[in-house]
Design a protein around this ligand. Structure first.
Ligand code: MG
Length: 339
């Protein structure tokens, strides 16, 4: 098996601000795994809150090149991922890129679309949300006008202007909303008051209302909240899922947090066994990591797989979208297409 990789700078269509941090671009690393005349593609998007840098990903991938030469076949993808996971701690985005490439390759070699590898039925795909980045009211209204292909809008709150932002959206659209506070609310009573107001404004759930390390406050908000409350920053990997029970109504799975599709699917099953709702989301990614997540998205309650549409120079075709839902390709593997 041969592993190779290359760095790529994804440029955002609009500067993207989350809790005071503005990004103009996102460097991702595309990873290719070749075997038996086939090749699979993955994508690592090292995120700002996992302490994982682009250089970390590249150094890790460089160290894995000789290891992959020794893997005889793809029969046991989990064993390969166990090896990759144990080789170094952390680096979940890098590991996620490897997992996505392995699954794309395995799907192509077996002639099966990736969703079938995970028992997902494309007909049950929920609508995906589309993120309206924080901005001045006039720009927010412009972004909302440009988002009419999407049937659910996601808003990042957690600052001083939360109500103003929601009013700007509501001046243009009555589509349902989801709200991600990105740990930005610091007072639990104020957070709860805001959630009640957001419900009146047509919000359907809230993501990470308060800082992830404030379990008691998040649990209190969840207990009193009129809307479902979902953990994002508080739940990263399989071992974290149990901690969400009693603190949140649900969890957010992301390829770059959880090391990819194999563990993402296990997280989903674990969350279901605990009675938790499941959302699947993304970081700043192009179609590769988005289609990896989309393959298990029909098994989830809420889908937030919008980042390829937020990029100006995605080198791959965007996922197919119909009535606000990602349509999964029947082609073997992820169904990726280069532009
Ligand atoms: Mg989030």
């Amino acid at each position: 098996m041969k592993l190779s990789f290359e760095k790529f700078e994804l440029k955002k269509k609009y500067p993207f601000t989350i809790s005071g941090h503005t990004m103009l671009s996102q460097t991702v690393i595309y990873v290719t795994i070749e075997h038996g005349g086939y090749s699979g593609t993955g994508e690592a998007s090292p995120g700002y809150y996992f302490n994982e840098t682009v250089d970390d990903v590249i150094n890790f991938y460089t160290s894995l090149v000789p290891d992959f030469e020794k893997f005889p076949n793809l029969d046991n993808r989990q064993a390969i991922m166990d090896f990759v996971d144990q080789k170094r701690p952390g680096l979940t985005a890098a590991k996620g890129g490897i997992d996505i490439a392995l699954n794309d390759l395995y799907g192509k070699m077996s002639g099966v679309p990736c969703y079938k590898l995970f028992g997902a039925n494309p007909a049950t795909m929920p609508i995906t949300s589309f993120t309206i980045g924080m901005d001045e009211p006039a720009m927010i209204r412009k972004k909302v006008r440009e988002a009419t292909d999407f049937k659910l809008l996601k808003i990042k709150l957690g600052g001083e202007r939360d109500r103003e932002i929601i009013e700007a959206i509501r001046a243009e659209s009555d589509q349902p909303l989801t709200v991600d506070a990105n740990q930005g609310w610091t007072d639990r009573q104020e957070a709860l008051d805001m959630i009640h107001w957001l419900k009146e404004k047509g919000t359907i759930f809230i993501e990470q209302p308060m800082p992830a390390d404030r379990r008691d406050d998040n649990a209190w908000v969840t207990e009193h909240s009129p809307l479902p409350v979902v953990a994002d920053e508080a739940v990263q990997r399989l071992a974290d899922v149990e901690k969400a029970k009693g603190v949140y109504h649900g969890i957010n799975i992301k390829m770059s947090k959880c090391t990819g599709m194999l563990e993402g699917h296990k997280i989903l099953q674990k969350a279901r066994s605990l009675g938790l709702k499941v959302m699947i989301g993304c970081m700043g990614e192009s179609s590769v990591a988005i289609l990896g997540a989309a393959a298990i998205a029909p098994l989830c309650d809420w889908v937030d797989l919008d980042s390829s549409w937020l990029m100006a120079n995605n080198p791959y075709e965007d996922p197919m979208l119909k009535d606000g839902r990602i349509i999964l390709s029947d082609e073997p593997g992820l169904g990726l297409r280069k532009k």
